[in-house]
Ligand binder design. Structure first.
Ligand code: SF4
Ligand code: SF4
Ligand code: SF4
Length: 202
């Protein structure tokens, strides 16, 4: 079974409620026969029906162990409590939160999937879930194909930015390590301290 075709039917919130680290890993688990087709609460019955039609498997009811099918919600930041720590920014798979260090943060409701992944990292519990009224005040229903496509692209861009940040950070560390080596002959701060202590004891 083709994981790409399965992934194309999933909502792309990356919420992990299926028990996998995102939609693509769940698609691969279905493709390999490791997972059932009824583990995605955001997609609910419509996604199960689409997966059943694609895979030829029986359309099981949504597994309650993964959650329940419910109207969409979006995250809302209680701005008066936000301390601008930025911890919620990298947690959002679709970069739906805007804000800067020590500044109040805000969720762009139109982009929010309700995945709730930003809630746990917030140290002051100022992110709450509220009914989704981003569709001109009315709740959005499910995750239509065009939205899922956009979300997949946003997630891919999010991962690219995350990897670029990690690479830049690593470059900075290597640069500092090299400067330290040139200045002291040591490769790490711990080694430089040990050498300094050894010198002091002579
Ligand atoms: S949207 Fe569905 S498939 Fe994607 S991570 Fe969430 S539960 Fe898993
Ligand atoms: S703002 Fe929070 S709930 Fe909304 S998509 Fe981002 S992480 Fe998920
Ligand atoms: S994690 Fe919470 S406190 Fe920190 S910036 Fe985000 S909303 Fe504000």
């Amino acid at each position: 079974m083709d994981a790409d075709a399965i992934d194309a039917l999933l909502p792309q919130t990356q919420c992990t409620r299926c028990g996998f680290q995102g939609c693509r890993p769940y698609a691969e688990a279905i493709a390999s026969g490791e997972a059932e087709i009824n583990q995605c609460p955001p997609g609910g019955a419509a996604t199960i029906a689409a997966l059943a039609a694609l895979t030829g498997r029986a359309p099981l009811p949504l597994n309650p162990a993964n959650g329940i099918e419910a109207p969409r919600t979006v995250a809302y930041i209680l701005e008066e409590h936000c301390i601008g720590c930025t911890k919620c920014l990298p947690a959002c798979p679709v970069d739906a939160i805007v804000g800067a260090n020590k500044r109040m943060h805000t969720v762009i409701a139109e982009l929010c999937t309700g995945c709730e992944l930003c809630i746990a990292p917030c140290p002051v519990d100022c992110i709450v879930m509220v009914p989704d009224t981003a569709n001109n005040g009315a709740p959005r229903a499910g995750f239509p194909d065009d939205e899922a496509r956009r979300l997949r692209e946003r997630y891919a861009a999010h991962l690219r930015r995350r990897d670029a940040r990690a690479a830049a950070q690593m470059e900075k560390i290597n640069h500092k390590r090299e400067a330290l080596k040139q200045a002291t002959g040591a490769s790490t701060i711990a080694e430089a301290i040990a050498r300094a202590k050894a010198r002091a004891q002579r």
